[in-house]
Design a protein around this ligand. Structure first.
Ligand code: FAD
Ligand code: SIN
Length: 516
């Protein structure tokens, strides 16, 4: 099969690129490959919203840039930060033109939410289901485009790469998970928009699709991968003893005025940062980690009982009802919370056009490392980055269209003989998740990282020995990718000398710092 533009992933990054390129080139064929149903993605679950400067009386691009740089702890690319922030208003107009609606206040201007690390309210949202609104509106637009084909339940296994004269991507090998057939899709331009890695960890806000596939695929193809040590842990994920499925309590709830309290019922974040509950996520998550360690308790609490419950319900209807279903009435009860793996700041290194180090291979959204986030992402900058880099790739492709030459570059995927599987994929996945949570979490040590490295290398060899390559099964393919990504996070952690943003090694600084 041949297509003009091959997009892997149907989150905000993939869909917004598809919509634009399909409109610009009505005669060309765009194919979106997605491993489950098109709606499933991290995007779908986004709660807080999208950070865009919209009120130029109280806010400015400079303030958004400064907040982003401060959060990134010295490792952001300043030019990229400016590019992303300054494109915000144009991308917002586009989203609205596609039918996305954002909440307004009584004065008929945007109802701006506040989140950690932002010096003022700046986050546009649709109640507490911004991601759902984005996906619904973009997918319904996409379904009207005759030149876009969506292949659901199609899992990208590997890229088709020519090594000489230079690394060059010519499409991808895709497993149809309904038929177990591998199809070859050739294309002059391949865009990885495969999202996050949350499920490498045992406790995560991410849906099951977040297994880091795009990063592993790009790595195997020889693309540069950067900043993998910067895994962001979201501070406030509902804690349930009986249930490992994590439900996020948006940071916007703290922006609305909720307090974090420890097992003694005391507010504690001011001990660690003068911004208190609205410090950046890396700081709040470490503060919680510290409190839990000191108290030997399993969770801290989010106290909303002093807030205006009527407006709370209006702003956060999904969170309110989810809590109620779990037996928590937020007007009277505190919500038990603890941090969980949420977002990867690093990923596939791209330039300002979203181009990776492999020719004709592009990346955008959470799988890409653009330089925007540095060592820690500012809240709600991720949806913004996804639409801005989708736009950058689109602008590049308006000028640079690569003629796909499917036949010339078509190569058979080398198949090994199917092996006799003797390891249990689900058990190994769970062992990996426990290892990552315990040894490669919020606080790391050199010794734990070295042990984790040995274990992950051993598991990689086990999978290679016992399963056929290419994997003919989604679960095996995901496990292979999760092990690759885990290996990268560990390797990049081991080579980082000083603590920065979301990377904290207690061999460098013995304990999480409290303010005097
Ligand atoms: P995704 O939306 O994750 O889409 C990835 C797609 O790739 C999926 O369709 C997946 O099925 C597909 N895919 C993956 N691997 C393969 C493969 N091998 N083959 C085929 N298809 C594949 N950010 C904000 O800015 N504001 C927020 O309020 C916010 N809230 C969040 C709340 C939650 C609970 C979570 C989990 C994240 C939140 N984030 C938020 C982060 C943000 O949602 C994501 O970073 C962003 O949506 C990523 O978009 P994406 O298009 O890059 O990837
Ligand atoms: C949230 O609503 O707290 C998540 C926002 C984000 O991840 O940017």
């Amino acid at each position: 099969m041949n297509t003009d533009f091959l997009i892997i992933g149907s989150g905000l990054a993939g869909l917004s690129y598809a919509l634009k390129i399909a409109t610009y080139y009505p005669g060309k064929q765009i194919t979106i490959v997605t491993k489950k149903e098109a709606s499933e993605s991290n995007t779908r679950y986004a709660q807080g919203g999208i950070a865009i400067v919209s009120d130029f009386k109280s806010d400015s691009f400079e303030r958004h840039i400064e907040d982003t740089l401060q959060c990134g702890d010295g490792l952001c690319n300043r030019d990229v930060v400016r590019l992303v922030v300054e494109q915000g208003p144009d991308r917002l107009k586009e989203l609205i033109s596609w039918g996305v609606s954002f909440d307004l206040n009584n004065q008929n201007s945007y109802d701006l939410g506040r989140e950690g690390g932002h010096s003022l309210p700046r986050v546009l949202h649709h109640k507490d289901i911004t991601g759902f609104e984005l996906k619904k509106k973009l997918l319904s637009k996409i379904r009207l485009c005759e030149n876009i084909t969506i292949l659901e339940n199609h899992f990208a296994i590997d890229l088709i790469v020519d090594k000489v004269p230079n690394l060059r991507c010519n499409g991808a090998y895709i497993l149809d998970t309904n038929t177990q057939e591998i199809i070859t899709i050739t294309s002059g331009s391949t865009i990885l928009a495969t999202g996050g890695i949350g499920h490498i960890y045992g406790h995560t806000t991410n849906p099951f699709i977040a297994t880091g596939d795009g990063i592993a695929i790009a790595y195997r193809a020889g693309a540069d991968i950067e900043d993998m040590e910067f895994v962001q842990f979201h501070p406030t994920v509902m804690y349930r003893q009986s249930n490992r499925k994590a439900f996020l309590i948006s940071e916007a709830v703290r922006g609305f005025g909720a307090y974090l309290k420890n097992s003694e019922g005391k507010r504690f974040v001011f001990k660690y940062d003068e911004r208190g509950e609205l410090a950046s996520r890396d700081i709040v998550s470490r503060a919680i980690y510290n409190e839990l360690k000191m108290s030997n308790h399993s969770c801290v609490y989010l106290d909303c009982t002093h807030l205006d419950i009527v407006s709370f319900k209006e702003s956060f209807p999904t969170i309110y009802h989810h809590c109620l279903t779990a037996g928590i009435d937020v007007s009277k009860d505190w919500i038990p919370v603890r941090p969980a793996a949420h977002y990867l700041c690093g990923g596939i290194k791209v330039d300002i056009n979203g181009q990776t180090s492999v020719k004709n291979l592009f990346a955008c959204g959470e799988c890409a490392r653009t330089g925007l986030h540095g060592a820690n992402r500012l809240a709600s900058n991720s949806l913004l980055e996804a639409v801005v880099y989708a736009h950058q790739i689109y602008e590049y492709h308006k000028i640079q269209y690569t003629i796909p030459d499917g036949l010339k570059f078509h190569k058979e995927l080398k198949k090994n003989v199917a092996k006799n599987a003797q390891i249990h994929v689900q058990s190994l996945k769970e062992e990996l998740q426990i290892l990552m949570t315990e040894s490669v979490g919020i606080v790391r040590t050199d010794e734990a990282l070295a042990e984790a490295k040995t274990k992950v290398s051993h598991w990689k060899r086990l999978v290679a020995r016992h399963y056929s390559s290419p994997p003919l099964d989604l679960a095996v393919g995901e496990l292979r990718n999760m092990l690759t990504v885990a290996g990268l996070i560990i390797a990049h952690s081991l080579r980082r000398g000083t603590n920065k943003g979301g990377y904290f090694n207690s061999d460098r600084v013995p304990f999480v710092k409290e303010l005097k």
